[in-house]
Design a protein around this ligand. Structure first.
Ligand code: BDP
Length: 676
C-alpha cells in the first residue's frame, strides 16, 4: 500500500499538478510546450507579444513575421502563406501580425492548419470593421449595471499605482479574437471620469492595452461642463461650453495620445443631453465631434431614446433620429441597439438601420444577458446576432459594439458558457459572415473538447447542438411568438406579466407590451394600430403588416391576434403559445441530459458548475411558463392542450414572488429556492 502511494506521489510529481479548470484561461488554454522557430522584423511591445504567443503555443512550421503594405490588406489585415516548409505572415501593421499569431494558434487548436503535410495554403483575413468595441457598463464604485459576473475589473481606487494582472489578461483575450477598442465606463456616466485624477487612471489602463492593439474610449456625461467645470449650462451652442470641451479634449489627448473618443447616452432615461437646451441630438454630437476632430477622435452617439414622440415606444428612436440624417459630422457614428425596443430575447431588427443613408451607423449588441437569464441561464447569443445580419447588411454598418459581460469572477463571465458570447462577439465583429455554428465549434474546441481526440467528437456534437438551440429555448420559455418585456418590475430576471405599478411609466409595464384581453394578445403595430410596420422597407412592411403573412416569431410584436387565430402550424394561437412555453421547458431538460453526457470528458469543476446552473435554468423555465400561461389563461379562458406539462404553481403564489436583487446582481440558488 505504502509502495503504491509513493508510486502515485512520484507519478503526480512527474505529471505535475492537475491544473484546476476554473475557466480563468478562457479559450486560451493551449499548451505552452511548443518550440517553433519564429522570426520577427524587429522588437516592439506588440511584436514581442506575437512572438511570445507563437513560441509558447505554435507547434507547426517555422514562422516569419513580415511588416509589409499590401493592396489587399487593410491596416489590421494579414496574410499567411505556406511556402517551402515555412510560413510567412505579412501585415501592414504590428497589430495585424499579432492577430495572425492568434489566428494560427486558433487554427492549430481546431486542427485545421499548420500540419507539415498540408502544402501551399494561403489565408487572407481583413476585419469587416475598423472599430470592434466592447462597452462596459461599469460604474466608478465597481458595480456593473446589468453585470452578473462580479465587480468591475477596473479597480479605480488602486489605479494608477497598482495594476492588476487581469488588465493585461483582459487585453490579451480581446486581442486574440480581434476586439480592438473598449469603453471603460457605464453609459449612465459619472462626469468624474473626465477629471484629471481619473484620466491618469484611464491612462494607466490605456498603456497596458496599447500593445494589444486596443484603444480606450469613455462614456461621457453631457452635463460635465456643469458638473465638473462649474459652468451654468451644457448647451452645445454656448461658447463657454464649446471651449470647455475643446480644453478637455486637449487635456485627454495630452494624457492619452491615442484616445479613441466618446460614447454618449443623451436625453435617455434621465440622462442629460442637448434636448435639455432645445438643441437636437445632431447639434450635441457635432459639438463633441468638433472638439475631438483635431485628434482624430470619434463620437458614438446612442440612438437608444424613447421620449414620447409617439404612443408606441418601438417607433420613437426612428422618429427622433431619422429626420436628422445628413446632419451629423463625419466623425460621429450613430449607435443603435439591434432591435427597436431594448435587447429583448427576440426583436425584429430596428428599422432605423438603413433609414439614414447619409449617416454612419453602428449596431449595439448586448453580450451581458440582462434579458436572457443573467449568468444563470445558458444562452448562446451568436444565433441572435446572425439573425440580425440576415436583415441588416454587415457592409451597411461602420462599426460594431457589444455590451460586455465581463467582471472579476474567476471565469470572467459567471456562466462558463457566457464566455462563448464574448468570444462570438469578437469573432463576428471581425467577420460577420462567420456562422454561429462555426463559432460555437471553434469555442468548444478551445475550451472543453480536444479536437485531436476522436472520443470527444460525438459528445462535442451534442453540446454544440445544445448551444445552437439555447437562445431559442430562452425565447420559448420566456417570450415566444413576438411577446416582449414581460419582466418583473424590480429586475429583468423573472416574469411579471401582471405587473402594475401605480404611477409608473406605462411603457415600463408588461401590459403595455402584451395587451392581453378577452379577444387576444399582442401589440397592434400594423396599419390598424401604431403603424410601426410603416417604418420598415416596403417588402418587409407588407410582410409584417398582414397578420396572414407575418412570421410566427414576430406575430405578437406586430399584431393583436385573436386567441383562436390559426398559426402557421395549424394550431390556434392559444395552443401554440402553450406548446412554445412547454417546448422551452423541455429543451432545458434536454440540455441537462446532454450536459450529463459530458461528465467523463471534461474537468469536474466546470462540469458541476454548468450542471448546477442548468438546474436553476430548468426551474426558472417552469416558473416562466407557469407564470405566463396561468396569467394569460385568465384572458383566453382556454384549456392547455393535453400534451403540455401542467403547471406546478398557483398564479397567486407566483404573484407574491419578489427577488431581493438590484440591477447588478444575479439571484443566487438560495434566493431562487426561497421564492417558492
Ligand atoms: C436598458 C438597461 C439599462 C441601460 C439602458 C441603456 O436596463 O440599465 O442603462 O438599457 O442601454 O436595457 O442605456
Amino acid at each position: 500500500m505504502k509502495k503504491l502511494l509513493s508510486l502515485f506521489l512520484l507519478l503526480s510529481c512527474l505529471l505535475g499538478p492537475v491544473s484546476a479548470e476554473d475557466g480563468s484561461r478562457l479559450w486560451l488554454r493551449q499548451s505552452t510546450d511548443a518550440h517553433a522557430q519564429i522570426t520577427t522584423p524587429r522588437q516592439s511591445p506588440t511584436l514581442n507579444i506575437a512572438v511570445r504567443e507563437l513560441k509558447q503555443a505554435w507547434k507547426g512550421l517555422p514562422v516569419t513575421l513580415v511588416l509589409k503594405k499590401d493592396k489587399q490588406l487593410s491596416s489590421e489585415g494579414f496574410r499567411i502563406r505556406q511556402v517551402n516548409g515555412k510560413l510567412t505572415v505579412t501585415s501592414p501593421s504590428e497589430t495585424g501580425l499579432l492577430y495572425a499569431a492568434y489566428h494560427l494558434i486558433r487554427l492549430q487548436e481546431m486542427q485545421n492548419f499548420g500540419k507539415p503535410s498540408e502544402t501551399d495554403q494561403e489565408i487572407t483575413e481583413n476585419p469587416a470593421y475598423d472599430l470592434r468595441i466592447l462597452n462596459h457598463w461599469d460604474n466608478l464604485d465597481r458595480s456593473i449595471e446589468r453585470g452578473y459576473a462580479g465587480k468591475s475589473l477596473w479597480n479605480w481606487e488602486e489605479l494608477p499605482g497598482t495594476l492588476s494582472d487581469r488588465y493585461e489578461a483582459y487585453a490579451r483575450a480581446n486581442a486574440s479574437i480581434g476586439i480592438n477598442a473598449t469603453v471603460l465606463n457605464n453609459v449612465n456616466a459619472s462626469s468624474k471620469i473626465l477629471s484629471a485624477e481619473y484620466l491618469e487612471k484611464v491612462k494607466a489602463l490605456a498603456d497596458i492595452f496599447r500593445p494589444y492593439g486596443i484603444k480606450v474610449y469613455l462614456s461621457i456625461n453631457f452635463a460635465s461642463p456643469m458638473q465638473l467645470g462649474g459652468l451654468s449650462t451644457a448647451d452645445p451652442l454656448d461658447k463657454d461650453v464649446i471651449a470647455w470641451w475643446k480644453q478637455k479634449a486637449k487635456e485627454i489627448y495630452r494624457t492619452i495620445p491615442d484616445f479613441g473618443g466618446f460614447l454618449v447616452k443623451a436625453n435617455s432615461e434621465g440622462q442629460p443631453g442637448p434636448c435639455d437646451f432645445n438643441r437636437t441630438h445632431a447639434e450635441g454630437a457635432n459639438m463633441l465631434a468638433d472638439a475631438l476632430k483635431p485628434y482624430k477622435g470619434i463620437v458614438m452617439w446612442r440612438a437608444f431614446v424613447y421620449s414620447p414622440t409617439d404612443a408606441d415606444r418601438a417607433k420613437q428612436a426612428y422618429l427622433e433620429f431619422q429626420p436628422l440624417d445628413g446632419q451629423f459630422r463625419d466623425n460621429v457614428i450613430v449607435q443603435i441597439k439591434n432591435g427597436p425596443v431594448d435587447f429583448q430575447p427576440r426583436e425584429p431588427y430596428s428599422p432605423l438601420f438603413g433609414a439614414m443613408p447619409r449617416t454612419p451607423q453602428m449596431v449595439e449588441f448586448q453580450i451581458t444577458q440582462e434579458y436572457l437569464g443573467f449568468s444563470n441561464h445558458l444562452a448562446y447569443l451568436a444565433p441572435m446576432w446572425e439573425e440580425f445580419f440576415d436583415f441588416v447588411k454587415p457592409s451597411s454598418l461602420k462599426a460594431i459594439a457589444g455590451v460586455a459581460n465581463i467582471g472579476t469572477d474567476t471565469n470572467w463571465c459567471g456562466h462558463p458558457f457566457a464566455q462563448a458570447n464574448w468570444y462570438a462577439f469578437g469573432r463576428m465583429a471581425w467577420n460577420p459572415s462567420l456562422t454561429s455554428g462555426t463559432i460555437a465549434e471553434e469555442w468548444l474546441k478551445q475550451t472543453f473538447f480536444d479536437a485531436s481526440n476522436p472520443k470527444h467528437a460525438p459528445i462535442a456534437y451534442e453540446i454544440h447542438n445544445m448551444m445552437m438551440e439555447s437562445r431559442e429555448a430562452v425565447v420559448d420559455y420566456m417570450m415566444p411568438l413576438g411577446l416582449h418585456h414581460l419582466f418583473a418590475w424590480g429586475h429583468h430576471y423573472g416574469p411579471e406579466p401582471w405587473c402594475d405599478v401605480p404611477g409608473a411609466r406605462p411603457d415600463w409595464m408588461p401590459s403595455y407590451y402584451h395587451k392581453a384581453d378577452k379577444q387576444g394578445i399582442g401589440f397592434d403595430r400594423s396599419h390598424t394600430g401604431s403603424n410601426a410596420t410603416a417604418q420598415y422597407p416596403d417588402s418587409l412592411c407588407r410582410l409584417y403588416d398582414d397578420i396572414r403573412t407575418c412570421p410566427d416569431e414576430y406575430l405578437l410584436w406586430f399584431h393583436h391576434a385573436p386567441w383562436q387565430h390559426t398559426m402557421q402550424s395549424g394550431r390556434t394561437l392559444w395552443d401554440e403559445l402553450c406548446y412554445r412555453y412547454d417546448h422551452g421547458v423541455q429543451q432545458v431538460r434536454s440540455f441537462q441530459k446532454k450536459w450529463d453526457l459530458a461528465e467523463n470528458y471534461i474537468d469536474a469543476e466546470r462540469f458541476k458548475d454548468v450542471q448546477s446552473r442548468l438546474k436553476i435554468q430548468a426551474r426558472d423555465a417552469v416558473w416562466w411558463k407557469d407564470a405566463c400561461l396561468l396569467y394569460f389563461q385568465e384572458f383566453s379562458g382556454m384549456r392547455a392542450p393535453y400534451e403540455v406539462e401542467r403547471p406546478i404553481h398557483e398564479l397567486d403564489d407566483l404573484k407574491q414572488v419578489k427577488l431581493p436583487i438590484d440591477n447588478h446582481e444575479c439571484p443566487t440558488p438560495k434566493m431562487l429556492n426561497e421564492r417558492r
